[in-house]
Design a protein around this ligand. Sequence first.
Ligand code: AG3
Length: 277
Amino acid sequence: MSAKQQTWFTEYQTDSLSLGLRIDQILLAEKTPFQHLLVAETETYGRLLALDGAVQTTIQDEFVYHEMITHVPLFMLDAPRKVAVIGGGDGGSIREILKHPSVQEAHLIEIDARVVEAARRFLPELSAALDDPRAHVHIANGIDWVREARDFDVIIVDSTDPVGAAAGLFQPSFYQSIAAALNPHGILVAQSESPFLHLALIKDMIAGMKTAFSVVRPYVAPVPTYPSGYWSFLMASHRPLSPSLRCRTDRIDTRYWTPEMQSAAFALPRFMEDLLP
Ligand code: AG3
């Protein structure tokens, strides 16, 4: 066996669980002011971006996560115009948001400039969208940025896990700032980790969102390279949610999202349904 075949990236997902990906090449490994940043070429899932040892995105499975964190909230509205993504420095969420013709402004608020730079250099499939004239990149702390933001239609929290710099993105006070930054029809979506591994966290996030929104609904999608492979998202709003009719008529180019998936993603297994208030 050659040395190359013995190089693995391992994410230690919990104290007793890991995911291993054999890698062909490490393209970038550096310590930024915020975290450790790695870009590598994996054999099974293509290019990988990891932060502090946690998989953020791979070229082969990123479409599921990025389509579902964006199209599901955007298709709840007839004409979303102003959208913000907190985190998501790779650009994948912005790429999907810009597929909606009504969108006039898509703001990316990423704390770590090095993540955006690495994505621009090594993940053009995701980051090219950041050059669109409707995209606005802010290198800033999302918690501070949201406090000043107003009149957004959709705010998406595309964060890392609730540790380090991202911990504040899981706090009730952050959801309250988001509620104030959204217009009355506005929608919040946050990635909410794995139902198999982080059920207590999901429960706390729902309670936190309930302090600021009347409606909070979980939905799910498979993301093979995230812990357990089964991922959740929480959607919150000030009013009842139902898909816009344009969900069936707007033709957008997707690989996972379909009009049927827009509803199907909200069908929850019993162990998650029991989470709901
Ligand atoms: N944000 C979700 C990452 C969470 C994955 N957690 C982990 N691997 N432990 C990803 C950002 C993609 N735009």
